[in-house]
Design a protein around this ligand. Structure first.
Ligand SMILES: [Zn+2]
Length: 412
């Protein structure tokens, strides 16, 4: 997916573009409504949040580096780089402002293009991890596109050094661990993706542990990117891919036939329409990186209570909770866990399971995983909630959702 900005320069917002406008026409999804009436959604940014989940250790393994830039950080970086941001980029309360998919892409691109140098990447990485750590996040994986460095005329290695330094600074101050997944882009050619994979393979840095593909899901045949994935996989990088967010579950089948070593799927929410593929994903032990607010804000599902998170949790493969491009979707990791608790009825123990799923499937070494998993416990003074996993009375009741018929006959 590409988007034109006012200067006529073609840009790429790496994070959310899998849900490009063309993708929003999939016949298997409910009618998209990126401009849905947010007043009707009790989990909209306009509504007050949600139960406290501050005591829950969290992980966020699907978040795009440029998509983490909070409005106040965007202003700071733009000011020191001499970049003037549009007046209509922000609401009166300081949050980002956009209405509809095209405006969203413009906002994302405008903020991304304000980055100019290594220090900027250090700062956005550090400030993101600092905030997430303050919300109980103990581990994050950042999705990084070398294409963005190319786009802003920054040396890729300088960009990477900035991110490494941001991770180091946050780790030393807040004890939050982070790793990096280098991503190629579906709207770029397979040859370009292979070049990105070669770059990723050559980094040979302990923080660079994964490889991904983002971008418009209908922009190219996923199997055409097999060579890129093979290069990354052969170099020891673990693989994940944005799939079945806006496009159908059939792409997951294609991807797993071509790249059976894929360990996680970014989003994967449309698996809910295809129990056969969903069951295959489950048998393979693949984790879905689910990003609830992203899906609703983009219009994949019209409202949070029509999102299939609860059904995926109870019937589908392992899943976890992620933020994708949080300030652009008016959320953060604390809010996403809170939404999952309230909208889908997960209790504290089940929220811990979400964090354990993310860490168990994390692209980091086993010693780091063991250290992190030891932290995934409730505070000792807090009594466990009544009703642990499996207590039906606490769980959200299924509501009228178009994909429920697809689940007929499916058993966990
Ligand atoms: Zn994403």
């Amino acid at each position: 997916m590409t988007a034109e900005i006012s200067e006529g320069q073609t840009t790429q917002a790496s994070g959310v573009l899998n849900a490009a406008a063309s993708n929003l026409n999939t016949p298997q999804t409910p009618s998209p409504s990126p401009q849905h009436n947010k007043n009707d959604d009790q989990y909209s940014p306009l509504a007050p949040v949600v139960s406290s989940v501050s005591h829950i250790p969290k992980a966020d393994i699907h978040v795009h580096i440029e998509g983490t830039i909070a409005p106040e950080i965007a202003r700071m970086i733009a000011t020191r780089n001499g970049v003037t941001l549009s007046e209509n980029l922000f609401k009166e309360d300081g949050s980002y402002q956009w209405n509809g998919f095209v405006e969203f892409i413009k906002a994302y691109d405008e903020v991304s293009m304000a980055l100019k140098n290594e220090r900027d990447y250090l700062d956005i990485t550090y400030h993101f991890l600092k905030k997430w750590a303050s919300q109980g996040c103990i581990y994050a994986e950042l999705i990084v596109s070398p294409n963005h460095a190319d786009l802003i005329g920054l040396d890729r290695d300088e960009m990477m050094r900035g991110i490494y330094a941001g991770i180091d600074k946050a780790k030393s101050r807040f004890d939050i661990d982070a790793r990096i997944n280098i991503t190629c882009l579906r709207h770029e050619s397979p040859e370009k993706a292979e070049e990105v994979a070669v770059y990723a393979a050559g980094l040979n840095h302990p923080y660079v542990t994964g490889f991904n593909i983002a971008g418009g899901e209908k922009e190219g045949d996923i199997k055409a990117y097999k060579n890129a994935f093979d290069i990354a996989h052969a170099a020891g990088l673990s693989c994940t891919a944005h799939l079945a967010e806006a496009a159908s579950a059939a792409q997951v089948k294609d991807a797993l036939e071509a790249m059976p070593y894929i360990k996680r799927i970014g989003h994967g929410v449309n698996l809910i329409f295809d129990p056969i593929v969903m069951n295959d994903v489950k048998k393979r032990g693949i984790l879905l990186e689910v990003c609830p607010s992203s899906n609703v804000e983009i219009g994949i599902f019209p409202k949070m209570d029509e999102h299939p998170f609860g059904h995926l949790f109870r019937l589908g493969p392992k899943i976890c909770i992620n933020t994708d491009d949080p300030p652009f979707f008016f959320t953060d990791i604390d809010r996403e866990y809170g939404i999952v608790k309230d909208a889908f009825g997960l209790n504290d123990h089940e929220l811990l399971e979400m964090t354990r799923n993310a860490i168990t499937h994390a692209f980091c070494d086993q010693a780091t995983k063991d250290n992190l998993l030891a932290k995934v416990v409730l505070p000792q003074k807090k009594m466990p909630e009544a009703g642990v996993a499996g207590v039906e009375g606490e769980q959200a009741k299924p509501k009228k959702r178009g994909w429920l018929a697809c689940l007929k006959g499916f058993r966990r």
